[in-house]
Ligand binder design. Sequence first.
Ligand SMILES: NC(=O)c1ccc[n+]([C@@H]2O[C@H](COP(=O)([O-])OP(=O)(O)OC[C@H]3O[C@@H](n4cnc5c(N)ncnc54)[C@H](O)[C@@H]3O)[C@@H](O)[C@H]2O)c1
Ligand SMILES: [Zn+2]
Length: 363
Amino acid sequence: MTTVNVELGARRYPIVIGAGWHERLGELLAPHFPPRPCTVVTNAEIARLWGDGVLASLAVAGYRPDLCIIPDGETHKTIETVTAIHDHMLAARHTRQSGVVALGGGIVGDIAGFAAATLLRGVAFIQLPTTLLAMVDSSVGGKTGVNHAVGKNLIGAFWQPQFVGAELEFLSSLPEAELRSGLAEVIKHGVILDAAFFEFLERDIELAVARDAEVLTHCVRRSCELKAQVVAADERELSGLRAVLNFGHTFGHAAESLGGYAAIRHGEGVAMGMVAAAQLAANRGLCGAELPERIAMLCRRAGLPTQLLKYSAEDYWRKMGSDKKVKDGRIHFVLPTRMGEVQLVNDVTRDEADAVLATCMEQ
Ligand SMILES: NC(=O)c1ccc[n+]([C@@H]2O[C@H](COP(=O)([O-])OP(=O)(O)OC[C@H]3O[C@@H](n4cnc5c(N)ncnc54)[C@H](O)[C@@H]3O)[C@@H](O)[C@H]2O)c1
Ligand SMILES: [Zn+2]
């Protein structure tokens, strides 16, 4: 078992990473959130698989956990589901000393985190991610929130957890497509910040797909270390440092959104988006022509799609321009300059985007 700390001064918290430790959850959590009443938020399927073990481990250590089941799926990542959690917790007479434990993927984590941030002006929040994507990305960094009819993740708050526990054993029941989707964010961390980590993935990606415990543990640990450094340096995405994590997300979000969030998973959009952004960088001469090919090759080996969904260039440009990350009317792109290094640019022209779409979109 290893621990990575997110250094945020008084709000510093640990990410505990390992396989087969969740029966000791209560004991490990106690120094960060002393035994108290708390609500475990999860969905029916994850409750069936892992709920009893988590509740028992909390109860043994003196916590008084109750269970709040929310519906599965992105369509339920709404303010109504947040209200349902509030209703449950207020009916159970929870106080400001209580906590919210999110047991699930990024969807459960984002919703439960926002419920924790807003109940009684904020209660303690604990993340127990059960998808690879949540372990390497969404459970770390404090972004919580839900979707609005106008767009994804438009209602939310920065609300840091007090403890993140990545139990690799939870991944044993994860559908393969979800595991692959999480690998896209792992690959992203290598491209933006760590060439040696990317090379590790080039050696061992098949082992990661096969859920080799050692390889997956390294994927989670290194991703958390890299994301923790970025979050500690720019917690609220103010200086631009945190924006590097958006690599692949400009084209990727547009593809996800054009597909109505039903055609592809988040990580699949990120894989397509990374290849497109790297191609844009290569077309500009910012990086060599081999970089987009290396990224595409690794994504293909991870079983991820590398060509953008087919929509018109007009659709893509419009979607990219309506993203919440647009500033002063300019679309921001994160472009690689070489493996492990990226640069933020805000002067990409429509012609450049069209040229990328012409070569990086499925035919
Ligand atoms: N807050 C952030 O910083 C951040 C970052 C990236 C993504 N996100 C958000 O995360 C969400 C996507 O999260 P996700 O990819 O984890 O998907 P998800 O939460 O929808 O989980 C995927 C599916 O796997 C199931 N599942 C989860 N764990 C399982 C397990 N161990 N065994 C069996 N089934 C399991 C879920 O019930 C669900 O059906 C999106 O809403 C996205 O916006 C947030
Ligand atoms: Zn992402």
